[in-house]
Write a new protein. Structure first.
Length: 194
């Protein structure tokens, strides 16, 4: 009977599993510590993008990797600008929630489909992967790069035009410029005394 009880206990984690667990915990702790430092995170990502572009410029190659990075960043940006609950889909359902269109309707905050931290994390991870890809020659596929640049510009214009039309049609702005300040009773009393 004791042999069955001993066999049913889970085995202690192996040495390799402990190492990967420690690394993942430290990586998560690092990510958690970067959350409040929004400007520094984005500056670091922009510096990495600049380093990647300088590397591609001096090596004269890896245009497909650059194009894929641009398309991925465009997809992330569109998800960042889009509301989590798409009003176009809610229009099909009659009882679904709607964005307020008049001042007497309930205020609903803009909730993004892709939160800012996940946008930054996805963009940074993609740049790191793209930089790593420039160290492998088989990713350097020969293409006529001006066609890729023109195609990306056309794709960007068409996509952003559609997104802006969506924003105008459903009356939402994905950016806020600080917290709105309301005048309270104390503020109105102070202005009356003056």
């Amino acid at each position: 009977m004791d042999d069955i009880a001993e066999d049913s206990r889970p085995a202690p984690p192996g040495f390799i599993k402990k190492i990967f667990l420690t690394i993942s915990q430290r990586y998560q702790k690092f990510l958690d510590s970067t959350v409040p430092h929004l400007p520094l995170r984005w500056i670091a990502t922009l510096v990495m993008i600049l380093l990647f572009l300088v590397r591609v410029f001096f090596l004269q190659g890896w245009y497909i990797v650059t194009y894929a990075l641009g398309i991925y960043h465009l997809n992330l940006f569109i998800a960042f600008l889009t509301p989590k609950i798409d009003p176009a889909l809610d229009e099909l359902e009659e009882d679904g929630p709607e964005l307020p269109t008049r001042s007497d309707q309930e205020f609903r905050p803009f909730i993004r489909r892709l939160p800012e931290f996940k946008f930054w994390y996805g963009a940074t991870r993609a740049v790191v992967i793209a930089i790593i890809c420039t160290f492998f020659e088989f990713f350097n596929i020969p293409v006529f790069w001006p066609i890729l640049v023109m195609y990306f510009i056309v794709l960007f214009i068409i996509t952003m035009k559609r997104q802006i039309k969506h924003m105008i049609r459903y009356r939402y702005i994905p950016f806020t410029y600080g917290k709105q300040k309301y005048r309270g009773k104390e503020d109105t009393d102070d202005t009356m005394k003056s």
